[in-house]
Structure formats: C-alpha cells, structure tokens
Design a protein around this ligand. Sequence first.
Ligand SMILES: [Zn+2]
Length: 284
Amino acid sequence: MRTSTLKFKLAAAAAVLCLLAPPALARPRGDERNTLRSLYTPEYLAFKKRIMAEFTKAGPGRFSEFVKRGKFGRDTGGDKNQKVLALTFDACGGRHSGYNKKLIEYLRREQIPATLFITGLWIEKNRDTFAELAKDPLFEIENHGLLHRLCSTEGRTMYGVHSTRDLGDVIDEMELGARKINDLSGRRPIFFRSATAYTDELSLKVAERLGMEVVSYDILSGDATHSSAKTMSANILKGARHGAVVIMHFNHPGWAEREALQLAVPELRKRGYDFIKLEDFSMK
Ligand SMILES: [Zn+2]
C-alpha cells in the first residue's frame, strides 16, 4: 500500500470515528442560561412541555444539511417562464455580531429583495438596526435561532459549533427565537435555518409543529470560507437555477458579499433572473 493511500485510509477512518464518537453535550453557557431563564415564563414552559410530549417517542432521524430535499425549483406557482433566485443572508451573533452596512445599502440601492435569517443574539447587539431592517419591506426577517445553536435532538454538531443537547433545547432555540422576532417586529417568522444549516429530521418536524419550515440552501456562496468576490460570484453564477436559494451572511463587514453581488447581479439580470424573498415562493 502506498503511503499516500495509507494516509488517506487513516484520515477516512478518523473521520468515521469522529462521526461515531458520542456527541458532545454542550450545556448552555452562563450568559445563555440567563437569557433562557429570563424567557422561561410559566406560559412558555407549559407550552414547551406540551410540544415535548408530542415528540418524546420519535427518533432523531437523519442528520444533514439537507434533511429535506428542497434543491432547486421551489414552486413559484406563477409564470413558467419566470426565473427567480432567493438571496438569503444570515446574522449569526455572539462574537459575530457585526453589521455589513454597505451590503444592505447595496441591496437597497439596487432594490434587491432579500431574506435575512437573524439570531436573538444578533438582535440583542443590534437593536436599532434590527428595527430598521424589520420595517423595510425589501427584507423578510426569518429565524436563525435564539442562541445560534445547531439544532440536533441528540447533541450532534458540525464545525465545532455549539449545539442543542436535546429536544427541549431545540424547542427553545426555535420557539424563543421566533417569539423574540415577533415581539420586536410584529411578524412571526415562517422559516427557520439552524446554525450551519445542519439539523436532524426530528428537528424538522418540531419546526413544522411550531409553524416554521426548515430552510437550507442550494448555492453555497463561499463567504464563510473567506472566498474572494470573484470566486463567490462564480459560485453563484454556476449554481443559478430557477427557484434556487443562495446562502450568504450580513454580519461580517469585512467579507466580500457586496463586491461578489456587484459582479454577479448584472449577469444574473442579463440571464433573466429576478430576486424574490422566500415568503414569495410559497404564497403565490
Ligand atoms: Zn449562522
């Protein structure tokens, strides 16, 4: 066996072992516990108990970025010749609670509708900006979780991201995130994206029970791996299909999403694409 093959086999075995390793059950950190405690009203706790009782016998199911196959061609129900893309931008929060104002200004200038997935953590650090975004009809505000915890009912994680430990944590993440957005904007979110977009099938069912559809993505822009504007634009153009969902972020002022869109948008428009919010896919 050649050394390179052996190395590859060892790496593959290590990867499998990682997958088989028991999940790290990360307790909420001190500040998170305080946030949760402040939101645990008797009404909410009774609600959570009812939801938990409905799902206690269910297994976690598949764990993936794509627990629900929704790739390409979300139904717009309208003109069959219509070509649309949904640009979605996450704001993760915690240490990553910045605001890419230039990107938002660009979307406004170009009148490009977009869907913003926002965490409770980000909202706490950006109250005024959140209020301003929420009242702008160009943007749809959706739920990226209360504390940016990856939603897994058995505590699985990806990329070392802080995850939920169990079903109860998943309900907290989804429902308390939705309530926070509703309280501050007057509109309850109808979509949920888990931190990293990974989740399990049970979480998907819980989201549905709570009135939200889990959304992943079709086109990975590459912003999270610090790709150049040129590479990101190429990723978007290469992946563009009618009904596709593009994933980017708006919480890192130093990342190149705006520059990438400045390259990609004129070309997409030339190809006949319009941009729509996620809610406009299903409502027609
Ligand atoms: Zn995120």
